[in-house]
Design a protein around this ligand. Structure first.
Ligand code: ZN
Length: 284
């Protein structure tokens, strides 16, 4: 299986080192508006390998670094007037699970957003092409899933640009969104990614912690309970329990009257009315 290959690959060893270094230090989150109720949830789950090294991964409180208002755009949810939500899936494509998820989304008539890892894109470009052709949005999730805040500018640009290029190669479209691995972002790189790479930073407002494999029912209940209009949900299309949960989640969302849009569509629907602090975390 792919995980085993990853596990023994030199890349994976590097991943372990980078990941463990990342977790041993405090992530330097930017001082997003402290009014955001989502700010305490900025701990994107890692893929399974990370579970080998640590039992943590519970929500870390973001460290407010004393930065003033961020000078770049960053969304963890969007203030909208209608019942719109954006479901997002990270860390794929998985050669086996992502096609299954695409089948479910197609059957249910749901559009979603995939934040893909560049090196997985070049392994399975046809899956990314299919997702794009079926109306889903493809966003950049870096080449190898490092904590971007720990990288040199040169290394950061390589992670971002190679991935955008791989997505463009597979789909014919350049991505416009980036989700930083672990939600780790700060003013310096947020601004750089927006200005140099033309990518808007997307976080999330609902985190079922599915990377811990709590079981499909738990994943489903967390997603259903946490979502409200304007939510951006996080989950991982490399986790079997997540794929298993999705049909029930979609049915529950439909029963509540939610309409499914991509993240870019959700942002385009942003209400001009004053945002409630809990719903909009647009930072500029
Ligand atoms: Zn990720």
């Amino acid at each position: 299986m792919k995980n085993k290959i990853l596990f023994f690959s030199p890349f994976f060893i590097t991943f372990l080192l980078v990941s463990s270094a990342g977790w041993s230090l405090e992530p330097s989150f930017s001082s997003a508006p402290s009014t955001s109720t989502e700010s305490s949830k900025l701990t994107e789950g890692a893929e399974a390998p990370q579970m080998l090294l640590t039992t943590e991964g519970d929500s870390h409180s973001p460290k407010v670094s004393g930065e003033t208002a961020p000078s770049y755009h960053k969304y963890s949810s969007v203030h909208v007037d209608g019942p719109y939500i954006a479901m997002t899936f990270d860390d794929g494509p998985s050669p086996t699970l992502t096609p299954h998820l695409l089948d479910i989304l197609k059957e249910k008539g749901v559009k979603a957003t995939f934040f893909v890892i560049g090196q997985n894109v070049v392994h399975s470009p046809e899956i990314v092409a299919r997702a794009s052709a079926e109306g889903h949005e493809i966003g950049n999730h870096s080449w190898s899933h490092p904590m971007l805040t720990k990288l040199s500018e040169e290394h950061l640009q390589e992670e971002v640009q190679k991935t955008s290029d791989a997505i463009a190669e597979a789909t014919g479209k350049k991505p416009t969104l980036l989700r930083p691995p672990y939600g780790a972002i700060n003013q310096r790189i947020g601004k750089m990614i927006e200005e140099k790479d033309g990518l808007t930073i997307i976080l999330w407002s609902v985190d079922p912690l599915d990377w811990k494999s709590p079981g499909a029912n738990v994943v489903a209940q967390r997603l259903i309970a946490g979502t409200k209009p304007g939510s951006i949900t996080l989950s991982h299309d490399i986790k079997p329990g997540t794929i298993q949960a999705i049909p029930e989640v979609i049915d529950a969302f439909k029963a509540k009257g939610y309409k499914f849009v991509t993240v870019s569509e959700l942002i385009a629907l942003e209400s001009k009315a004053p945002a409630s602090a809990a719903q909009s975390t647009k930072t500029k």
